[in-house]
Ligand binder design. Structure first.
Ligand SMILES: Oc1ccccc1CN[C@@H]1C=C[C@@H](O)[C@H](O)[C@H]1O
Length: 325
């Protein structure tokens, strides 16, 4: 039998290798996680709605189990996410003026970050604040409508006060798309220029077999690097379907898809290794093809196979292309 090297050991000199997890997968994928990953992120259990479903009612039980798993296995943990327009309970915005909402934001950030101080080394403080298309820079969310444009810098300031040792990230998707890249750049540059405590840019990296191009990925990395911040890939997966491809006929990936995916991963990691001085973490949004959020997005109930390990946690051709360079 061929010895399977540890992915995170192979990449020890380059960057941390992470996986998004939940209470099911830390059991079902335990052996894979322990062997190949040295960082984890809670896929959902540290989001606002999971942690503070009602005002002052903090439900940390699930998040604590994931934090304990990281500690038990000597893994780093990324915090995801404090201020976002999705998976945030309605009570947060109800009967809230600017001051009230800032107080609720500060209380959430402070309570959560202080609990995990020393366990979670970095946080996605704000997720997806920039528009995908159009002339507006900021997505019109309730955070923006009620507080105003400074809600983002306030979130980072509250986070820095809560845990001055934590690295604070701005996180977004479609981050390599030229139009959105320039918006993210503009927002993050404005924070840096104001002296807002921000330490990194999180590139979600929800990619597929053809998009974004390697050139667009390289340009995006170069732009964010020019801000003098750290870069994390925070939610990497390589869908076997293009975003507009809604086909639902497959029960397993075709050989061609697996070939293209292996070559794609080979090229992507070849590029990432070139930026090892700036990229300090690469986290997949899952660990193996037995579970991915992509099996419900953008097409509900449509299976996807986006990772380096198959449904039986065996290394795919993609894995070998990433570890043998
Ligand atoms: O790729 C997208 C396209 C449209 C909206 C959001 C996204 C990505 N949004 C991500 C995906 C899954 C969630 O678990 C993460 O918390 C979120 O950051």
């Amino acid at each position: 039998t061929v010895e399977v090297p540890s992915l995170s050991k192979v990449y020890e000199e380059y960057f941390n290798i992470g996986a998004a997890v939940n209470l099911t997968t830390i059991k079902s994928q335990k052996d894979l996680l322990r062997k190949h990953f040295n960082s984890i992120t809670a896929e959902n259990d540290m989001k606002f709605i999971e942690i503070q479903p009602a005002e002052g009612k903090f439900t940390f039980e699930k998040a604590d189990q994931l934090a304990a798993f990281a500690k038990e296995h000597g893994m780093k943990m990324r915090g995801h996410t404090l201020v976002w327009h999705n998976q945030t309970p309605e009570w947060v915005f109800q009967n809230a003026d600017r001051e009230t909402l800032l107080q609720r934001m500060k209380n959430h950030i402070t309570t959560v970050m202080q609990r995990y101080k020393g366990t979670i080394f970095c946080w996605d403080v704000v997720n997806e604040a920039v528009t995908d298309e159009g002339p507006e820079l900021l997505r019109s969310t309730k955070w923006l409508e009620i507080i105003g444009e400074d809600y983002i810098e306030k979130a980072f300031e509250f986070a820095h006060e809560a845990d001055p040792d934590a690295l604070l990230f701005y996180n977004d998707y479609n981050e390599s798309n030229p139009e959105k890249r320039e918006k993210i750049f503009k927002l993050v540059k404005s924070l840096v220029d104001k002296g807002v405590p921000i330490h990194g840019v999180g590139l979600q990296a929800h990619w597929n077999l053809v998009n974004p191009s390697l050139e667009d990925i390289r340009t995006a990395i170069e732009r964010y690097v020019s801000l003098g911040l750290k870069l994390h890939l925070t939610e990497l997966d390589v869908s076997v379907f293009n975003f507009e491809d809604k086909r639902t006929d497959l029960t397993e990936p075709t050989h061609e898809m697996l070939e293209l995916q292996a070559e794609r991963y080979h090229q992507v990691f070849q590029l990432l290794r070139q930026y090892q001085n700036h990229i300090t973490s690469v986290t997949f949004w899952g660990a193996a093809d037995d579970y991915t959020w992509l099996s419900d997005f953008p097409v509900r109930g449509r299976k996807n196979w986006p990772f380096l390990f198959d449904e039986n946690h065996q290394p795919k051709e993609s894995f070998w292309k990433v570890v043998h360079y």
